[in-house]
Design a protein around this ligand. Structure first.
Ligand SMILES: Nc1ncnc2c1ncn2[C@@H]1O[C@H](COP(=O)(O)OP(=O)(O)OP(=O)(O)O)[C@@H](O)[C@H]1O
Ligand SMILES: [Mg+2]
Length: 235
Protein backbone atom coordinates (compact mmCIF):
# COMPACT_ATOMS: atom_id res chain seq x y z
CA UNK A 1 0.00 0.00 0.00
CA UNK A 2 1.24 3.43 -0.92
CA UNK A 3 1.65 5.53 2.22
CA UNK A 4 3.30 8.65 0.81
CA UNK A 5 3.31 10.35 -2.55
CA UNK A 6 5.46 13.39 -3.23
CA UNK A 7 4.41 15.02 -6.48
CA UNK A 8 6.69 17.56 -8.17
CA UNK A 9 7.31 19.70 -5.10
CA UNK A 10 9.23 22.95 -5.30
CA UNK A 11 10.41 25.11 -2.45
CA UNK A 12 12.12 28.48 -2.64
CA UNK A 13 13.32 30.43 0.35
CA UNK A 14 13.86 34.20 0.42
CA UNK A 15 13.06 36.99 -1.97
CA UNK A 16 14.56 38.36 -5.18
CA UNK A 17 18.35 38.24 -5.22
CA UNK A 18 18.39 36.28 -1.96
CA UNK A 19 16.28 33.47 -3.35
CA UNK A 20 17.40 29.93 -2.72
CA UNK A 21 15.75 27.22 -4.80
CA UNK A 22 15.99 24.50 -2.20
CA UNK A 23 13.78 21.95 -4.02
CA UNK A 24 13.33 22.12 -7.77
CA UNK A 25 10.64 19.56 -8.51
CA UNK A 26 10.87 16.30 -6.61
CA UNK A 27 8.58 13.31 -7.06
CA UNK A 28 8.61 9.85 -5.55
CA UNK A 29 6.34 7.49 -3.72
CA UNK A 30 6.79 5.23 -0.76
CA UNK A 31 5.13 1.99 0.26
CA UNK A 32 4.00 1.27 3.81
CA UNK A 33 6.82 -0.40 5.72
CA UNK A 34 9.69 0.78 3.51
CA UNK A 35 12.88 1.98 5.17
CA UNK A 36 14.33 4.70 2.96
CA UNK A 37 17.64 6.50 3.21
CA UNK A 38 17.87 10.07 1.92
CA UNK A 39 21.40 11.09 1.08
CA UNK A 40 22.97 14.16 -0.46
CA UNK A 41 25.58 16.80 0.24
CA UNK A 42 25.08 19.56 2.82
CA UNK A 43 22.57 22.13 1.53
CA UNK A 44 21.10 19.80 -1.11
CA UNK A 45 17.58 20.07 0.36
CA UNK A 46 17.18 16.99 2.58
CA UNK A 47 15.85 18.75 5.70
CA UNK A 48 13.63 20.94 3.54
CA UNK A 49 12.11 17.80 2.04
CA UNK A 50 11.44 16.22 5.44
CA UNK A 51 9.93 19.47 6.76
CA UNK A 52 7.54 19.63 3.82
CA UNK A 53 6.53 15.98 4.12
CA UNK A 54 5.90 16.54 7.83
CA UNK A 55 3.72 19.56 7.09
CA UNK A 56 5.98 21.92 9.05
CA UNK A 57 6.33 24.11 5.99
CA UNK A 58 4.47 24.33 2.68
CA UNK A 59 5.81 23.93 -0.86
CA UNK A 60 4.88 26.62 -3.37
CA UNK A 61 4.27 23.95 -5.97
CA UNK A 62 3.36 20.28 -5.90
CA UNK A 63 1.47 17.97 -3.61
CA UNK A 64 2.20 15.74 -0.66
CA UNK A 65 -0.25 12.91 -0.14
CA UNK A 66 0.01 10.93 3.08
CA UNK A 67 -2.31 7.98 3.57
CA UNK A 68 -4.61 9.43 0.91
CA UNK A 69 -4.73 12.88 2.56
CA UNK A 70 -3.40 15.84 0.64
CA UNK A 71 -1.85 17.61 3.60
CA UNK A 72 -2.31 21.03 1.98
CA UNK A 73 -6.08 20.50 2.34
CA UNK A 74 -5.96 20.12 6.11
CA UNK A 75 -6.46 23.23 8.24
CA UNK A 76 -3.94 23.99 10.98
CA UNK A 77 -5.80 22.16 13.69
CA UNK A 78 -6.45 19.11 11.51
CA UNK A 79 -2.81 19.09 10.44
CA UNK A 80 -1.61 19.17 14.04
CA UNK A 81 -3.77 16.19 14.95
CA UNK A 82 -2.90 14.34 11.73
CA UNK A 83 0.81 14.87 12.34
CA UNK A 84 0.63 13.75 15.94
CA UNK A 85 -1.26 10.58 15.02
CA UNK A 86 0.73 9.62 11.93
CA UNK A 87 4.21 11.07 12.00
CA UNK A 88 7.18 10.85 14.33
CA UNK A 89 9.95 13.39 13.90
CA UNK A 90 13.59 13.28 14.80
CA UNK A 91 15.02 16.72 14.13
CA UNK A 92 18.61 17.59 13.39
CA UNK A 93 18.71 19.78 16.51
CA UNK A 94 16.81 17.26 18.71
CA UNK A 95 14.34 19.98 19.92
CA UNK A 96 13.82 18.42 23.33
CA UNK A 97 11.84 20.37 25.93
CA UNK A 98 14.42 21.76 28.39
CA UNK A 99 11.99 21.89 31.34
CA UNK A 100 10.94 18.26 31.02
CA UNK A 101 12.97 15.29 32.12
CA UNK A 102 13.92 12.55 29.67
CA UNK A 103 10.97 10.31 30.47
CA UNK A 104 8.47 13.13 30.07
CA UNK A 105 10.10 14.29 26.84
CA UNK A 106 9.70 10.82 25.39
CA UNK A 107 6.10 10.47 26.59
CA UNK A 108 5.19 13.95 25.32
CA UNK A 109 3.57 13.03 21.97
CA UNK A 110 1.36 10.54 23.78
CA UNK A 111 0.57 12.96 26.62
CA UNK A 112 -0.49 15.56 24.06
CA UNK A 113 -2.87 13.18 22.37
CA UNK A 114 -5.86 13.29 24.65
CA UNK A 115 -7.82 10.10 24.60
CA UNK A 116 -4.68 8.01 24.45
CA UNK A 117 -3.04 6.89 27.62
CA UNK A 118 0.68 6.55 28.02
CA UNK A 119 1.91 3.00 27.50
CA UNK A 120 4.48 3.03 30.32
CA UNK A 121 5.79 -0.41 29.50
CA UNK A 122 6.47 0.52 25.88
CA UNK A 123 8.22 3.74 26.89
CA UNK A 124 10.26 1.88 29.47
CA UNK A 125 11.26 -0.69 26.82
CA UNK A 126 12.27 2.09 24.42
CA UNK A 127 14.34 3.86 27.06
CA UNK A 128 16.03 0.61 28.07
CA UNK A 129 16.82 -0.37 24.50
CA UNK A 130 18.30 3.05 23.84
CA UNK A 131 20.35 2.96 27.04
CA UNK A 132 18.46 5.86 28.60
CA UNK A 133 16.51 4.27 31.44
CA UNK A 134 19.06 5.35 34.07
CA UNK A 135 18.82 8.90 32.72
CA UNK A 136 15.02 9.10 32.70
CA UNK A 137 14.89 11.66 35.53
CA UNK A 138 17.65 13.87 34.08
CA UNK A 139 17.02 16.97 32.04
CA UNK A 140 18.22 17.28 28.44
CA UNK A 141 21.04 19.70 29.35
CA UNK A 142 22.51 17.03 31.64
CA UNK A 143 22.87 14.58 28.73
CA UNK A 144 25.52 14.21 26.08
CA UNK A 145 24.72 15.00 22.45
CA UNK A 146 24.36 11.33 21.59
CA UNK A 147 22.07 10.70 24.56
CA UNK A 148 19.90 13.66 23.57
CA UNK A 149 19.75 12.30 20.06
CA UNK A 150 18.59 8.91 21.31
CA UNK A 151 15.97 10.66 23.47
CA UNK A 152 14.67 12.44 20.36
CA UNK A 153 14.47 9.09 18.62
CA UNK A 154 12.60 7.48 21.52
CA UNK A 155 10.14 10.37 21.45
CA UNK A 156 9.55 9.88 17.71
CA UNK A 157 8.76 6.21 18.32
CA UNK A 158 6.57 6.76 21.40
CA UNK A 159 3.33 7.07 19.44
CA UNK A 160 4.11 4.13 17.16
CA UNK A 161 3.53 6.44 14.18
CA UNK A 162 2.96 5.09 10.65
CA UNK A 163 5.72 7.33 9.30
CA UNK A 164 8.98 8.31 10.94
CA UNK A 165 10.93 11.25 9.53
CA UNK A 166 14.42 11.19 10.93
CA UNK A 167 16.99 13.85 10.10
CA UNK A 168 20.37 12.23 10.76
CA UNK A 169 19.27 10.26 13.81
CA UNK A 170 22.72 8.71 14.02
CA UNK A 171 24.75 11.81 13.17
CA UNK A 172 26.08 12.38 16.64
CA UNK A 173 26.64 8.75 17.59
CA UNK A 174 29.77 6.63 17.47
CA UNK A 175 29.66 3.95 14.82
CA UNK A 176 28.71 1.11 17.17
CA UNK A 177 25.81 3.06 18.71
CA UNK A 178 24.78 4.20 15.23
CA UNK A 179 24.48 0.60 14.10
CA UNK A 180 22.47 -0.23 17.26
CA UNK A 181 20.10 2.69 16.71
CA UNK A 182 19.71 1.65 13.10
CA UNK A 183 18.85 -1.88 14.27
CA UNK A 184 16.23 -0.49 16.64
CA UNK A 185 14.65 1.55 13.85
CA UNK A 186 14.59 -1.46 11.58
CA UNK A 187 13.08 -3.68 14.26
CA UNK A 188 10.44 -1.07 15.05
CA UNK A 189 9.57 -0.62 11.38
CA UNK A 190 9.17 -4.37 10.94
CA UNK A 191 7.19 -4.88 14.11
CA UNK A 192 4.74 -2.02 13.51
CA UNK A 193 5.01 -1.94 9.70
CA UNK A 194 6.30 1.63 9.97
CA UNK A 195 7.65 3.63 7.08
CA UNK A 196 10.94 5.38 7.77
CA UNK A 197 12.58 8.19 5.85
CA UNK A 198 16.03 8.70 7.29
CA UNK A 199 18.54 11.34 6.24
CA UNK A 200 22.06 10.08 6.65
CA UNK A 201 25.56 10.95 5.55
CA UNK A 202 26.69 7.43 6.32
CA UNK A 203 26.87 5.41 3.11
CA UNK A 204 27.09 2.08 4.95
CA UNK A 205 23.89 2.80 6.91
CA UNK A 206 22.19 3.97 3.70
CA UNK A 207 23.13 0.71 2.00
CA UNK A 208 21.41 -1.21 4.79
CA UNK A 209 18.06 0.45 3.96
CA UNK A 210 15.46 -0.88 1.50
CA UNK A 211 16.02 2.01 -0.88
CA UNK A 212 18.20 5.08 -1.28
CA UNK A 213 16.91 8.43 -2.51
CA UNK A 214 19.73 10.75 -3.56
CA UNK A 215 19.22 14.49 -3.66
CA UNK A 216 21.62 16.88 -5.28
CA UNK A 217 20.99 20.62 -5.60
CA UNK A 218 17.26 20.25 -4.96
CA UNK A 219 16.68 17.46 -7.46
CA UNK A 220 16.62 13.68 -7.37
CA UNK A 221 19.93 12.42 -8.55
CA UNK A 222 20.66 9.33 -10.58
CA UNK A 223 18.68 6.15 -10.59
CA UNK A 224 17.17 5.06 -7.34
CA UNK A 225 18.96 2.20 -5.76
CA UNK A 226 17.28 -0.74 -4.21
CA UNK A 227 19.21 -2.27 -1.36
CA UNK A 228 18.61 -5.47 0.47
CA UNK A 229 15.16 -5.94 1.98
CA UNK A 230 11.80 -5.17 0.48
CA UNK A 231 12.92 -2.72 -2.16
CA UNK A 232 10.53 -0.83 -4.38
CA UNK A 233 10.15 0.39 -7.89
CA UNK A 234 8.36 3.65 -7.21
CA UNK A 235 8.96 7.05 -8.85
N1 LIG B 1 14.67 28.79 6.51
C1 LIG B 1 15.49 28.98 5.46
N2 LIG B 1 15.63 30.20 4.90
C2 LIG B 1 16.42 30.39 3.83
N3 LIG B 1 17.15 29.43 3.25
C3 LIG B 1 17.06 28.19 3.77
C4 LIG B 1 16.24 27.89 4.90
N4 LIG B 1 16.34 26.57 5.19
C5 LIG B 1 17.20 26.07 4.29
N5 LIG B 1 17.63 27.02 3.42
C6 LIG B 1 18.53 26.82 2.28
O1 LIG B 1 17.99 25.81 1.45
C7 LIG B 1 19.01 24.92 0.99
C8 LIG B 1 18.68 23.51 1.46
O2 LIG B 1 18.79 23.45 2.87
P1 LIG B 1 18.53 22.12 3.72
O3 LIG B 1 18.54 22.50 5.15
O4 LIG B 1 17.30 21.47 3.21
O5 LIG B 1 19.81 21.25 3.32
P2 LIG B 1 20.28 19.82 3.87
O6 LIG B 1 20.40 18.93 2.69
O7 LIG B 1 19.40 19.38 4.99
O8 LIG B 1 21.75 20.12 4.41
P3 LIG B 1 22.55 19.49 5.70
O9 LIG B 1 23.07 18.15 5.25
O10 LIG B 1 23.65 20.45 5.91
O11 LIG B 1 21.62 19.40 6.84
C9 LIG B 1 20.32 25.47 1.54
O12 LIG B 1 20.92 26.25 0.54
C10 LIG B 1 19.89 26.34 2.71
O13 LIG B 1 20.78 27.41 2.89
MG1 LIG C 1 19.67 19.10 7.01
Amino acid sequence: MEVLKVNNIKKTYGEKENQVHALKGISFSVEQGEFIAIVGTSGSGKSTLLNLIGGLDTPEKGEIIIRKHNIACLNRKELTVFRRRNIGFVFQNYSLMPVLNIYDNVALPVTFDRGKHVDHKYIKDLLCELGLWEKRKCFPRELSGGQQQRTALARALANKPAIILADEPTGNLDSRTAVEVMGLLKASSEKYNQTILMVTHNEALAQACDRIIRIEDGKLYGKEETGIGKGGDAV
